[in-house]
Write a protein that binds this ligand. Structure first.
Ligand code: SF4
Length: 379
């Protein structure tokens, strides 16, 4: 059996599920995952259906596309309307709607501004390109010097160091036609905000595997200590996730929160300090808005002074304006773990992956997309 196969092994799954049932202390316990890949893995493997009665796996703000506020989507759409501007983005951002409520129409189109997406802007003739690496944008900018390139910069600590490297490189080679609309977010400040919210009860955190590779599992100690909530890092195979849940339950039973690492094959105590240093070299933490959660201190990243000439908002004089969710969309409550997607009135009716209303249905890591794709097994 190869290494990965052990973590998908049915017998291992059965043993862990049995252990979980016999160790479960009873009552209702809510464990939140703050990682879109966990959201998908839990749904795909039907892990919710294997839990003891009372143990609820709820999803939090772990999908970067989903937590990006409407103000950023609206700004990216505005930027796409500037002549000679190329919008560069990751694929999932293409179908997230702007939510401008004035009803203004863009000249020559029949689509209200409130329904605009980058995909629609592309169909209307805007130059919007999907990339997988930001370094690709630098190459394009070098070749097409008569155009301005704007990268819609989203993501957590997993993605942001790579973006920081691209910005350092752009400065080094003196590119004057690349800009960044920065909406990168930090996961631990969001966990603090959830722990402090009066209407959310979380008994344990299933901590994100990818982010933890960078920040290290010790980054969650402040959460565990301050709120007495166990935090355990999990990988993405069913056995990884069950091991982490088992660890959390054991910690709850012993009334000793603490931090655990059930993804020891890739996550270390301190993480990738070099990547974190590069990220902090380019960005500084700032208060930032999260969809559905609101404004959280030190949870966003802004360009430091020496890189501020890459700031797309400053360059093109665009202001971020907070906007409400699309009408009827409960993405905010889904992202805070207050409701599960089927409790939104639009779920699988007007809102489907083909006709998504909110980003939680657009993103391949969104909770609504996970529940829709994997159906009852996801509940
Ligand atoms: S089902 Fe659609 S409308 Fe409802 S919360 Fe999810 S994304 Fe928003």
């Amino acid at each position: 059996m190869n290494n990965l196969a052990q973590f998908r092994n049915k017998n291992h799954v059965k043993i862990l599920v049995k252990k979980l049932h016999s160790n479960y202390p009873g009552g209702t316990l809510k464990l939140m995952e703050v990682c879109g890949t966990h959201t998908m893995a839990i749904a795909r493997y039907g892990l919710r259906g294997l839990m003891p009665d009372g143990l609820k796996l709820i999803s939090g703000p772990g999908c970067p596309v989903c937590v990006t506020p409407a103000s950023i989507i609206n700004a990216s759409i505005k930027l796409s309307e500037l002549p000679g501007t190329v919008i560069i983005t990751f694929g999932d951002m293409m179908r997230v709607q702007g939510t401008h409520v004035t009803g203004t129409r863009v000249t020559g189109t029949h689509v209200p501004w409130s329904e605009k997406t980058l995909e629609i802007r592309k169909a209307e003739g805007a130059d919007v390109r999907i990339i997988y690496s930001v370094l690709d944008m630098l190459e394009m900018a070098r070749e097409e010097k008569n155009k301005n390139f704007v990268f819609i910069s989203i993501g957590f600590e997993t993605t942001t160091p790579g973006i920081a490297i691209s910005i350092i490189e752009a400065k080094k080679i003196g590119l004057k036609n690349v800009f960044f609309l920065t909406a990168n977010r930090l996961i631990v400040p969001a966990m603090h905000a959830l722990c402090r919210a009066a209407d959310i009860q979380i008994h344990g955190f299933l901590c994100p595997g990818h982010v933890s590779v960078i920040i290290g599992y010790d980054a969650y100690r402040e959460i565990a200590d301050q709120y007495s909530i166990p935090c355990v890092v999990a990988g993405f195979e069913p056995v990884d996730i069950l091991l982490a849940i088992d660890d959390i339950i054991e910690r709850i039973s012993k009334k000793s929160a603490g931090v655990g690492n059930a993804y020891g094959r890739v996550v270390t105590e301190r993480g990738n300090t070099q990547a974190m240093d590069i990220m902090h070299q380019v960005f500084k933490p700032v208060r930032a808005e999260w969809r559905g959660i609101g404004s959280i201190p030190n949870s966003g990243l802004d360009l430091r002074d020496e890189y501020t000439h890459f700031d797309a908002l400053k360059k093109f004089n665009i202001k971020l304006v907070s906007q409400p969710e699309p009408k009827g969309c409960k993405c905010g409550d889904v992202l805070r773990g207050v409701i599960i997607p089927p409790e939104c009135g639009l779920f699988s009716k007007t809102c489907t992956p083909e006709t998504p209303v909110g980003p939680c249905m657009v993103s391949t890591e969104g909770s609504c997309a996970a529940y829709y794709k994997y159906g009852v097994g996801a509940e």
